[in-house]
Design a protein around this ligand. Structure first.
Ligand SMILES: [Zn+2]
Length: 381
C-alpha cells in the first residue's frame, strides 16, 4: 500500500516559490491555452434544443436564488479559498460562480423553471424537479469534459505528444459519452408524464440557512461500511460509473438538502440503507464530508468566519483528488481511494450543515462585517 497515494491539490511551499518566480510567464501560457481550448470546444448548437446558437447563455448550476442567500454585496467564497491554487481569484461574484456555456437563453430560462423556484421547496421535490437538476448537472459535466478534452489536445500540440495526455484524453472521452447518455435520460424524464424516473433517497428541510450552496453529481467510491460502489479506476468501456446527485440549497429562511439517483440504480442501494439508519445529525455530516472530499464546486457564505479556512484537517480533506500516483502500474489505487474517501472520517472536519455555522442573514446584510476589513486579503498562506 505504500507505493500508491492520491494526488493532493494545491502547492507545497517550495513549489509556491518556484511558481511565484515563473508566475507571469506560466499564467500567460496557461491562459492562452485555455482561451484557445475554450474557443475550439465551442459548440455550434444549443445542447438542449439543438438550434443553431452563436451566443450561449452563462448558465449557473447552483440556482442563483440560493447563491444570493449566502452572498454579501454579490460576492461568495469558493473552494479556491481553501486550496492554494495561486491563479484562482479569492472570491467570486455570483455571475461567475460555477457557470457553463453550452445552452441557449431560451432553454436556460424555460427548461429548469420548476426546480429554480424557491417556492417549490416547501414540500418534497417532484420527479420533474429532480430530472431538471440531473440534466443541469450533466450539462455542466459535459461542458467541463469538452473543454478538458480540447485542452489535452492543445497541450499535446504545444508540449509534444505525451502518453499521459493521450491517456487523459481517452478517459475524458469515455466520461463524456456516459454524461451524454445520462443527459439524454434526464431530458426525457423532464418531459415524461410518469414520476418514476429518479429515486429520492434523502430529503431534509432544515430550519436555518446553511453557509454553503452545492449542486452536483458525485461518483462515490465506497459506502459507509467500506464496500465498493464505483471502481473509478476501471476504464474498460463496458464499466459505467454511476453517480448520485447531491444538493444543498440555502433558501431565505431555511435550507434543503437532498440526495437522489436514477430509479432502479442498484449500485447505491446498500449505501442508501446504511445512510437511512443514521441519525439526522450524522446524515448531515456524511453529506458534508462527501461534498468537501469529492468536489470543488461548493460555495461559501461570504460572511463566514474566515478562521475556518485555516482549519488544517479541512484544508487537507478539500485537497483530495482521485488522481492516483503509483510507483508501479499495478498499485492498488482503489484501496487507497477508499481509505482517502472513508466516510467514517466525517468527524474530522467542521460540519457546515449544523446549526453552529448557520447564516444570520438579516444582521449581516445590515452590518456586512467583512466589507471593510477583508479587501482581498488572503488568509490561507
Ligand atoms: Zn436551446
Amino acid at each position: 500500500m505504500d507505493d500508491v497515494s492520491l494526488l493532493k491539490l494545491g502547492l507545497t511551499k517550495d513549489e509556491k516559490k518556484t511558481f511565484e518566480k515563473k508566475k507571469v510567464e506560466l499564467s500567460k501560457r496557461v491562459g492562452s491555452l485555455l482561451k484557445a481550448s475554450r474557443a475550439d470546444s465551442k459548440n455550434a448548437e444549443c445542447f438542449i434544443c439543438g438550434k443553431e446558437c452563436s451566443s450561449f447563455c452563462n448558465s449557473h448550476s447552483v440556482p442563483q436564488f440560493c447563491l444570493q442567500n449566502i452572498s454579501v454585496s454579490g460576492k461568495l467564497y469558493h473552494s479556491g479559498n481553501l486550496v492554494d491554487i495561486p491563479m484562482l481569484d479569492k472570491d467570486k461574484g455570483i455571475g461567475e460562480a460555477d457557470t457553463f456555456r453550452i445552452i441557449c437563453r431560451d432553454c436556460d430560462s424555460s427548461v429548469f423553471s420548476d426546480y429554480e423556484n424557491p417556492e417549490a421547496y416547501c414540500q418534497v421535490p417532484s420527479d420533474k424537479m429532480l430530472a431538471q437538476i440531473a440534466m443541469k448537472n450533466y450539462l455542466k459535466s459535459i461542458s467541463k469534459r469538452q473543454l478538458e478534452i480540447q485542452l489535452y489536445r492543445n497541450m499535446a500540440k504545444e508540449f509534444g505528444e505525451h502518453e499521459m495526455m493521450i491517456h487523459m484524453e481517452g478517459i475524458g472521452s469515455t466520461d463524456l459519452r456516459e454524461y451524454i447518455d445520462e443527459f439524454k435520460y434526464a431530458k426525457k424524464a423532464c418531459q415524461s408524464k410518469w414520476d418514476n424516473n429518479y429515486y429520492l433517497s434523502y430529503f431534509e428541510s432544515i430550519p436555518y440557512v446553511v453557509p454553503i450552496a452545492f449542486q452536483n453529481d458525485i461518483a462515490l467510491v465506497s459506502d459507509i461500511e467500506g464496500s465498493t460502489i464505483n471502481n473509478i479506476y476501471n476504464h474498460l468501456s463496458d464499466y459505467v460509473i454511476k453517480s448520485v446527485h447531491i444538493c444543498v440549497f440555502p433558501l431565505a429562511n431555511h435550507s434543503v438538502v437532498m440526495m437522489f439517483c436514477r430509479y432502479g440504480e442498484n449500485r447505491y442501494s446498500k449505501f442508501f440503507k446504511q445512510f437511512k439508519k443514521l441519525s439526522s445529525e450524522e446524515k448531515l455530516k456524511v453529506i458534508n464530508y462527501i461534498i468537501f472530499s469529492y468536489s470543488e464546486d461548493y460555495y461559501f457564505y461570504k460572511g463566514i468566519d474566515q478562521e475556518i479556512f485555516g482549519n488544517e484537517s479541512l484544508k487537507d480533506v478539500v485537497k483530495t483528488t482521485s488522481v492516483s500516483v503509483g510507483d508501479n502500474p499495478f498499485a492498488d489505487s482503489l484501496t487507497a481511494a477508499k481509505e482517502t474517501y472513508d466516510l467514517n472520517k466525517r468527524d474530522t472536519i467542521p460540519n457546515f450543515l449544523s446549526e453552529t455555522y448557520k447564516v444570520n442573514i438579516k444582521s449581516d446584510i445590515i452590518s456586512d462585517p467583512n466589507q471593510s476589513d477583508f479587501g482581498g486579503q488572503n488568509h490561507i498562506s
